[in-house]
Design a protein around this ligand. Structure first.
Ligand code: GTP
Ligand code: MG
Length: 362
């Protein structure tokens, strides 16, 4: 086995050196950044990085003497080559090195770092910043102007359809589905209050949650306070009858049982019930406190039933809002509402892209 250390001004260049000299099969044994010696006569010396790599046999790809000079710093990571090696090294790069290797300009590095630290997917962040470069008619290199441009682009790509549109013909029926404990029942009560008390509309709430003890009582208490009828349906036939009884309503809100993303059959059961009724608008409820992986798993669980909107709860408890942006843009599912507290009906707001941008940029 041949082991060798490669130093360069950043990992992207060091990796290119590894590949040039040891070939695609090189194994990365370690990486470290090398602190510069104390400044001499006030001159700052840049930090360098080191990759220790090995190959079973020396690869004759290129003459070992041929070195890649550091001037090639702005070159992106090679597109072909070992994908695993590339992603391993990429994960070790600093945000600035990543931005550089993705072809972004120096005045964009801070914005890129900020977006990624806020949870935005690196590829998505880079795509948006590249779009900003394309639109850079005045060739600005001012980071503040760049941030503004990026904010505007982000607003444009984020689908929001806040507020439920009522139907002119009969009641609008909206169901809320999602994992356990995300705030579905509380949100149903908040929306009922908004339409019944603030907009003076005729509202009914229906619970399909006969699964959890006390679930219906939770909704009934809200119903009594607001003087909004609360019904319970155990199946599709019962739901159809209840909806027929409330034909005079402007809005019918359906609360459902929360189920783990591992319950693969649940969305099929719900779909069967909603299909029997017809015309049900479905909002997927997600809490921003959950991990992004759970968003994806929940989307896989429910997408087959046909989702119309996503609704994010617990903004008041969230630390990182990039995942909300990633999810919405990736799945092109418009956001209906945000909730940001336990108070009914106060802590509810119709979703606007500006709100998401301010959450990410603050
Ligand atoms: N901080 C905060 N808490 C919330 C918010 N919305 C709901 N909650 C709280 O979250 C908890 C669960 O709310 P529920 O409405 O019962 O959640 P659910 O999705 O109906 O739960 P299951 O029916 O058990 O699946 C309660 O303590 C709510 O008060 C919110 O926007 N912010
Ligand atoms: Mg509930």
């Amino acid at each position: 086995m041949r082991i060798k250390k490669f130093t360069a001004s950043n990992y992207s260049i060091a990796l290119q050196k590894v590949k040039q000299e040891l070939g695609e099969d090189a194994l990365i044994l370690g990486t470290r950044s090398i602190k510069p010696p104390s400044p001499v006569a006030g001159r700052r010396v840049a930090t360098r990085v080191e990759i220790t790599a090995a190959v079973e046999y020396a690869s004759p790809v290129v003459e070992p003497e041929v070195q890649i000079p550091d001037e090639f710093e702005n070159k992106p990571l090679p597109e072909n080559g070992d994908a695993d090696l590339k992603s391993l090294i990429f994960s070790l790069l600093s945000q600035t090195d990543k931005a550089q290797s993705m072809g972004l300009e120096p005045h964009q590095f801070d914005t890129f770092s900020h977006l990624v630290e806020s949870g935005l997917d690196e590829k998505l962040a880079s795509k948006i910043l590249k779009k900003a470069l394309e639109q850079n008619s005045k060739q600005t290199t001012d980071p503040d102007k760049e941030s503004l441009k990026v904010m505007n682009l982000m607003k444009k790509v984020l689908p929001c359809k806040g507020e439920i549109d009522l139907s002119a013909y009969g009641p609008k029926i909206v169901a809320f589905v999602g994992p356990t404990g995300v705030g579905k029942t509380t949100t149903v009560a908040k929306i009922a209050a908004e339409y019944a008390l603030r907009r003076d509309k005729k509202v009914a709430m229906i619970s399909l949650d006969t699964y959890r003890l006390g679930a219906v009582d939770q909704l009934r208490i809200y119903g009594e306070i607001m003087e909004v009828p609360v019904e319970v349906a155990a199946g599709k036939e019962e739901l159809r009858q209840i909806i027929a009884r409330h034909e005079d309503k402007d809005l019918i809100l359906i609360d459902t049982t929360g189920r783990s993303h591992q319950d693969k059959d649940y969305s099929r059961q719900l779909k069967e019930v909603f299909d029997a009724v017809g015309g049900v608008e479905t909002h997927l409820v997600l809490s921003v406190t959950a991990q992004e992986k759970l968003f994806a798993a929940t989307y896989r669980q429910f997408s087959s039933m046909g989702l119309d909107r996503v609704l994010f709860t617990k903004l008041d408890e969230g630390l990182n809002f990039g995942s909300l942006f990633n999810f919405t843009v990736r799945n092109r599912l418009p956001i209906s509402y945000f909730t940001s507290g336990q108070q009914v009906p106060e802590d509810l707001e119709a979703a606007r892209p500006e709100r998401v941008i301010s959450l990410i940029f603050n």
